[in-house]
Ligand binder design. Structure first.
Ligand SMILES: C[S@@+](CC[C@H](N)C(=O)[O-])C[C@H]1O[C@@H](n2cnc3c(N)ncnc32)[C@H](O)[C@@H]1O
Length: 274
């Protein structure tokens, strides 16, 4: 089945930008990965499957947690994205990682294989979220746990909301879904429903609210801007791009607190047991 808004071609093109902004080794957003590790009860020696790993989040953090006696399988539909994860794993000399190019809706693993299944910011791309969770449950060992994280509401996500506002007022509107697909599971209860429908027990869900600190004067927003809006930025010439950058800097100025920016961040996380 072809994916819809997250088509093969789109992800292949985006992979270069994700590659450019991926950390060289360990995660720079490890705080979120540790939440997934904690809610799935992942420990040293476990065998974990990470769905829609992209450039290696949270797969790399999990590989460091489970150690040499455990293993992590990083799965993604697009090999170009997994290539970044492979490079990071090689840099960290991780020998406990496997890589699988496959769709999260149709997992190429036997029943009862993994101690835990994780997924960070990937479920929104699924063509069938309940089927994805059913597959996650099928490949879990009895009493194994799944933990999925999705983007939260835009109003509590400073970085995302500020960029979206500036882009809206600068670049011609791209016709598409409103709200965008990446916010499919932003509302309280929307992830829990999918876990329940897939047959999980002990289902829980919560919002993850954080204050994120970024260095004053740094263009900390550049990575997300390019990963999220890379294809639309191509419409700008050099002058247009420098005007956009200046508008973004100005929009973030109100979040300066002394020598750093203070930003709010909101994500949703849900978990369940097989
Ligand atoms: C927003 S990225 C998230 C990557 C990573 N988990 C993170 O938190 O940075 C979404 C990923 O989902 C992958 N993807 C899209 N559709 C998929 C599908 N049907 N099955 C598996 N992976 C898919 C994309 O290739 C991309 O790497």
């Amino acid at each position: 089945m072809m994916s819809t808004s997250s088509s093969r071609e789109e992800w292949a093109a985006r992979a270069a930008l994700w590659d450019k902004h991926a950390p060289e080794g360990e995660s720079v957003t490890d705080e979120l990965n540790q939440i997934l590790i904690e809610i799935t009860g992942t420990e040293s020696g476990d065998n974990v499957l990470d769905l829609a790993s992209g450039s290696g989040e949270p797969a790399i953090s999990i590989a460091l947690k489970v150690g040499a006696k455990g293993s992590v399988t990083a799965l993604d539909a697009h090999g170009e994205m997994l290539a970044v994860t492979r490079r990071r794993a090689a840099k960290l000399e991780l020998s406990n990682m496997a890589f699988e190019i496959a769709r999260m809706e149709d997992l190429p693993f036997a029943d009862d294989t993994f101690d835990a299944v994780t997924c960070r910011f990937g479920l929104q791309s699924s063509e069938d979220a309940v089927q994805t969770l059913r597959e996650a449950r099928r490949v879990l060992k009895p009493a194994g746990k799944a933990g999925f994280m999705t983007h939260g509401v835009e109003e509590r996500n400073t970085l995302s909301a500020v960029l979206a506002n500036v882009i809206r007022s600068t670049l011609p509107e791209k016709s598409g879904e409103t709200p965008p697909r990446r916010l499919r599971f932003r509302d309280a209860g929307s992830l829990r429903v999918v876990f329940d429908a897939a047959g999980f027990s002990e289902v829980g869900e919560r919002e993850v609210l954080r204050t994120v600190i970024r260095e004053g004067g740094s263009q900390f927003w550049r990575s997300l801007l390019e990963r999220r809006y890379g294809s639309r930025l191509k419409a700008l010439d050099a002058e247009g791009r420098s005007q956009l950058d200046a508008a973004i800097d100005e929009a973030f100025a109100v979040y300066l607190a002394g020598d750093h920016y203070e930003l709010q961040s909101a994500d949703m996380v849900a978990w369940g047991t097989k």
